[in-house]
Design a protein around this ligand. Sequence first.
Ligand code: PEP
Ligand code: MG
Length: 754
Amino acid sequence: MSDTRGVDSRTLLKRLRDTLAEAGEGQERLDRVTTLIAGSMDAEVCSIYLRRDENTLELCATEGLNPESVHQTRLRFGQGLVGRVATAAAPVNERDAPNARGFRYMPETGEEIFSSFLGVPIERLGEVLGVLVVQNETPRDYNDDEVYGLEVVAMVIAEMTELGAFTTPGEMAMAAQHTWPFFTQGVIGQEGVAEGVVLLHESHVVIANPIADDPDIEDQRLTIALDALVSEIDAFLAKDFVSSDKEHHDVMIAYRLFAQDKGWRRRMRAGIASGLAAEVAVEKEQTSTRSRMARVTDPYLRERLHDLDDLANRLLRILLGREDASERGIPENAILVARNLGPGELLDYGRKLIGVVLEEGSVGSHAAVVARSLAIPLIIQAKRITREALNDDPILIDGDVGVVHLRPEENVATAFREKMAMRAQAQQEYSALRDKPAKTLDGVTISMQMNAGLMVDLPSLEVSGAEGVGLYRTELQFLVRSRIPRRGELSKLYTRVMDAANGKPVVFRTLDIGSDKALPYMKRNEEPNPAMGWRAIRIGLDRPGVMRMQIQALIRAANGRPLKIMFPFIAQFDEFREARSRFLAEIEKEKKQGHAVPSDLKIGAMLETPSLAFAPDQFFEMADFISIGGNDLKQFFFAADRENEMVRRRYDTLNVSFLTFIEQIATRCDSLNTPVSFCGEDAGRPVEALAFAAMGMRTLSMRPASVGPVKHLLRSVDLAEARTVIDTARRSGQQSVRPALISWLASNNYPFRA
Ligand code: PEP
Ligand code: MG
């Protein structure tokens, strides 16, 4: 039990609760709180600074400093001792404050006469909401119990701030959190615009009564919740796919040990003993875990802290009886807001969402691929969004420019609706083109194919007007399951795909796993560089079982119909030769067993590493077709991780080197009579698609929603002219042909979006 000088923290918290319960506006409450704390801690000064915006703290109440400075004194994070507390998210305890590092003289406050200073962050789940300070005239050190006591009080203030307890109407007031309009500029994950309401993947925890009456009852609640937590983990451990996978099992056993960690439990109990409700005690511990996590760089330790954070989340969920969004029901026009998401999680929500905003995430991740196949706008790297958004908040997202407006003002909403109306009109124009070819003014026809991978994609084949599926990502079906699918199951699935295609060609890509596509039930290899690691065809050749099963499922699904397959990530001729001969051997076996074999078989390779472009002629002759996986090819061409936002956009797809490389591949394939297509995400961007066509690509495979805009542009231009623009830009030493191409398109009023 921690005693602060003259008063124990439990008594202080009780008084605090009584004070907070008294009638009055937010400002009066804050004033009473500072008076109470100063009195209880024998301090001449107690001040509360709250966060005004991302970088500013404002003095919102004080006992002891000049009252005139309230709502006048502002500090940036890092400025002065108060700013230091906020930046470090840690207490600052100074005996001789005016001479301490970073002290900043604020004449309006009159604080220079106070020698000692103790400031603690008002912090909630790793988010600093403000700073709580006590000061004394006489030089003194605040002892550990006092620091702890002040931290406990700060925790309660944080909860009350979150609840909006300190908001006051009026000009100087701090608006309630989560009521003001919030804007954030993220990164485009998938184009499109949507207006809807927020659906949080993980709801905010709001604790109405942070101070508890009876620590014994809180202690019991915590004990029961901890028992439930361990039972949850035990139930998980008993699942087939965990018990059969040693590594997964070991990880869960370690996780279970953490849940029983004595130090962790003791620290939460200490919070309860000092008067906090069980939930707040858990949050207090979680807050310090998160601030440790922010400082620790050792990957092993970070992982362990991450486990503790995760355990605290589960514990809170148990204590509050809270459900996840997917269990809670999905409102109309829901826009999902999450820190990050796996592809399986996104699929759980499925078609019910009209948009997704991620605070982290990356463009190349498979959650992004799923968002694309669901044809909903996706914004990634939207800073602070999970912190600001509440369930059911109105939200507008503009995936064309990566912008999120939360609780938008009316004029923003109006402008936005105009944009939506214009888009709807464009969509109508695209559907009028559905059955027309993508033929340029000078008579070159580009074959428009679409990318798919999930059952939800199939209706798009009809609607988009795509001529076939140029890339069917078979791994998506593996990613969304909790165990490896069986052959019969796969065969049924592929049959449905071919049936739905109704004679249009479908190129099935064999399993492309590894790198960011980790199957939940497959042992993970700790690789230093997974994108360049054991993935795709490398796994397929080294562990042939799954690929064989998949091949059999494909042959049986074709059931005598034509079949097109391709192998991912072929880096050299032998890989293709070997994979192909295994496929052909499987055909022979199937034939012997009396199964119908495909009436026509085409076996292709994906060109995703520059090396394959320089393979011997014999490779190009053996391959029935080649498909350029531009997402991977570009990352290896520029040595720039497709998932790393720091480097991904440094290198333009229309960079002269990359375009010239694409042109060389097209020319080589042409001279060797090997059909070639481009199926990376860039094929779905009209300007890029036009440039690829100008470089000689005659087949493009893209997400279904892109077929309309790409076709619209291609039908409006003269390809030879586009090529001249590109050639001129190349000759003039430009790094990218984009500026030249865009200015040509714009000056001719061609229909395109940059
Ligand atoms: C690519 O790399 O461009 C590709 C189509 O494959 P994926 O995005 O699935 O890696
Ligand atoms: Mg790829």
